[in-house]
Structures are given as C-alpha cells and as structure tokens.
Design a protein around this ligand. Structure first.
Ligand SMILES: [Zn+2]
Length: 470
C-alpha cells in the first residue's frame, strides 16, 4: 500500500494536551493516524514535533473580486490566507460587482475567481433592503439550496451596491432566512445614531483619528444587537453577530444564549488586542474600521467572552482598500477615507501569540475558535475544521516558539497596511496544507498554483452546541 502524503512527527491536540503521531493522507483526505508509521508515501512532510491543528478558517472576508480588484483579488487574498495558516475562507457577498444576492450573481463570481484561489473558499449569500422592497426574497432560498453558508445584512450603509436594511426590512430578511435554517449575520450598528454623531463631531471640527470611534459609539452596537436578538426571538432566525467589537455585546450574546436563543457571535483579532485611543491616534485612517476599535476594557471583556463561550469563534473582517485612492488620497481625512483593514494573514498568529501563548485560552478552545466552531456553524464540518479520518487533509502547522514582528510591507495582501504593524508575536504558522498539498511554507512562500483552491459548498445544516460556561 502506498499513500500520497505522510506527515511525520505531528503534535496533534488531544483535549488540552498534545500527542505525537504520523498522519496518513490519500487523495486529499485523512486516511489514518499511526505511531512511527512504516508506510510508503509519495511525499513526506516532517512536522518536526510542531503543533498541527485542523486547517484554520476565516469565515469573514471581503476579497473584492470581481469588481474592486484594485483592492484585492482572489489570488492575493487567498495567498494572504495561506501565509497566515488559513486553509478555508468564507467570502462575503457585498464586495463584488455585481454583489451576490442571487444564484446567477454567485455563479458569475465563482466563474471569475475559479483560476485564482490558493486555499478553499465557501460563500456567504446576500439579502438587502432592495431585495425586500422588490419582492426578490425567493433568491434567499435559491442561494441556500445552491450551497451558501449563511446570509448577511447591513444595518448601516457600507457598499453602494449592497443597500442597508431598515428595521422592518431586516425583520423580513430574518423571516426569509429563518425558513432556510441558515444563520443570518448582521452588521450590528444603529444607523441613525452613527449618522447623527458622525455629523455632530464633524461639525465640531474634529479631524483626529479617535473621533471616528467616538462618533460610532458603543451604544450604537449595543442597541443594534438588542434589536437583532429581539428579531431572532420573534422569527426563530439563527442570529450571528459578525465582527462584534464591544464587551457589552459579549454580555448580551451570553444572556441570549442562556435564555436558549440561537444567537452566536464572532470577534476579530484587532478588537481583542488594540484600542482606539492608541491605534487611531497613531495610524489614523489605517486603523479606521466599522465598527470602530474600542477600549482596553472591551479587549478584556471580549477575551473573557472568547474563553467562556459568549464569543463562538474568531474571524477577521478582512477588508482591504487601496492606500493611494481610498485611505490617504489628496483631501482625504478621517471622515471620508474608507473603513476597512486587511486581516486574514494575521488572525492565526495573533490568536496563538496573544491568546494561547499568554494563557488567555486553552489549546482545545483555540482549536474550537479557529477551526471547529466556524466549520460547524457554517455547515462545513467535519469535511473542514476537523482532524478525523475522512476529513479534508487541511492542516495548519504552528511553531509556538517563533518570535517575529508583523511588518505590513511584507504581507501578501495588496493592502500593505495594518494597525497591527509592529506587533511582536510569539508563535507563527510555518506550513499550510490544503487537501494534502503544501500551499505555503515559511521562508519559501506560496507553493500552490493559482486555481488550486476550490469552492466548497455548505455540506449540511448544523448548529454549534451551547458552550457557555455558567
Ligand atoms: Zn465585514
């Protein structure tokens, strides 16, 4: 018997401990685990007793292809993913032309990116205020049947081709998505409040970086999450709070979970590690995102939420913009520069370094929030997010001791900026394997050919078990 790939000397998680095994891979699938395997393999990768976890998933990216490829295309975006130890992304429906709100538009997007991807990719479906007003909600079921993982709505204006929902439009969207059994992710900020306070601070002549965060106040996220929870309770929809930025958000989600509601949340590495006062003073528009960075207290409360199960998993909201035209063009300021930062390649190392290596989360929790939970939530498990016989042979190999510094100019994304620039980390993904092929190796760079990454349809409808610790 001969197999395609043998990964030797892998330290794989077993609860919060690790055990040393060799992993057998054939035809892109895990086919066995052995101690000191004596088996013929066409390729051998020596993990050198480094930590090997299921391939990490970033379930919240905006790759901007097709349509805005001056910001990012599927080759650069998925190269960034591979270099950061991410083996699967799930891409948002809003940042392409046309935006994805129907099967036709989804198929067009897939046709435009098919020969570019380095890692695998699932897709979010879309529903907007315009779809509700025009009675286009039949598109929701059609996208669900096609295999999208979830649906996204925006409570605030974001992308011109993807109109926001008013409150009653959001309620109608919740009803339609509830019927599919898929999660509905909301960008949770109250539009009227953000709009009013942005105008107010502008009129006061504020042009400093932190003004952006002060205008889009914490309360705007709080009341938006509360509305979402009310709508979820009324419609039975599976509410998911994307890029949750506030500590109070984690408390609201926790309470909703304890009441038995189907409410989940994600937060992003930047909401866990940096605050608006420091980062927006230093990086100004390069730290401008929506919702904005918050306070040190929010960082701490979100870590607590990640540890106790209020926050179900980590994603990045990877949203790159072109520096010369969209971040600091002539005449641009903190109010009219575009809100968004790249993040897909810094997620895993930041969580390893600042979470696991600093003792904020256990090994088993790290595997849940980077691998298992997004896979379950979006119906990809156990094909993705698992290290079982029969799962896709996706692995992130991590050197837990490697000390290095995030340098924005070295990133694979087209957008060479990040407010995490200069952050010193301990721990780095050193090899990324997708369906049994090494796609990235530290020191060598991207190894896979563009087009290796495949579209992965939702496999099933599955829900996360409630993980709240009482
Ligand atoms: Zn987003």
């Amino acid at each position: 018997m001969s197999i395609d790939l043998l990964i030797k000397n892998a330290m794989i998680p077993k609860g919060d401990m690790t055990v040393k095994v060799d992993i057998l891979v054939d035809k892109g699938i895990i086919v066995g685990f052995m101690e000191q395997a004596q088996i013929e393999a066409r390729e051998i990768i020596d993990a050198c007793e480094k930590l090997v976890i299921p391939g990490c998933i970033d379930s919240h990216t905006h790759i901007n292809d097709p349509g805005f490829t001056h910001r990012e295309n599927f080759l650069t975006g998925t190269s960034a993913a591979a270099s950061g130890g991410v083996t699967t992304i799930i891409d948002m429906p809003c940042c392409s032309v046309p935006s994805v709100r129907s099967v036709d538009n989804l198929e067009y997007k897939l046709s435009q990116i098919a020969d570019k991807a380095i890692v695998d990719y699932g897709m979010w479906g879309g529903v907007t205020g315009e779809d509700v007003r025009n009675n286009w909600l039949h598109n929701v079921k059609e996208q669900a049947d096609y295999g999208v993982c979830a649906f996204k709505v925006y409570m605030t204006p974001s992308v011109p081709t993807y109109p926001r929902v008013t409150d009653p439009e959001m309620l109608e969207a919740f009803k339609s998505v509830a019927a599919t059994g898929l999660p509905i992710g909301i960008h949770a900020e109250n539009y009227a409040m953000c709009d009013f306070y942005v105008q107010k601070l502008k009129n006061e002549g504020r042009l400093d970086g932190p003004a952006w965060a002060e205008a889009r106040l914490e309360l705007a996220e709080k009341v938006a999450i509360e509305l979402g929870i009310s709508f979820a309770e009324f419609t039975g929809a599976r509410l998911h709070i994307v890029h949750m930025s506030t500590g109070i958000g984690a408390v609201l989600v926790k309470n909703a979970k304890m009441r038995g509601l189907d409410v989940t949340s994600e937060t992003c590495p930047h909401y866990l590690t940096i605050n608006y006062q420091d980062a927006m003073s230093k990086y100004e528009s390069f730290a401008k995102i929506a919702p904005p960075l918050r306070t040190v207290k929010d960082n701490e409360m979100l870590w607590q939420g990640v540890a106790d199960g209020s926050v179900d998993f980590i994603a990045t909201d990877h949203a790159p913009y072109e520096i010369s035209t969209e971040k600091c063009a002539e005449g641009m300021n903190i109010w009219n520069s575009f809100p968004g930062i790249p993040g897909v390649e810094t997620m895993v190392p930041v969580i390893v370094s600042e979470g696991y290596n600093k003792g904020k989360i256990s090994l088993s929790r790290m595997v849940e929030i980077l691998c298992k939970n997004p896979a379950i939530h979006y119906g990809l498990y156990p094909k993705k997010g698992a290290m079982d016989i029969g799962s896709d042979a996706d692995f992130t190999i991590i050197d837990l001791d490697k000390e290095w510094t995030i340098e924005q100019e070295k990133m694979y994304t087209m957008a060479k900026y990040t407010p995490l620039h200069g952050m010193k980390l301990k721990g780095k993904p050193v090899k990324t394997i997708v369906r049994g092929s090494l796609v990235y190796e530290d020191g060598k760079g991207i190894i896979a050919k563009p087009g290796y990454g495949r579209f992965v349809k939702r496999q099933t409808i599955s829900k996360l078990p409630r993980q709240i610790k009482f």
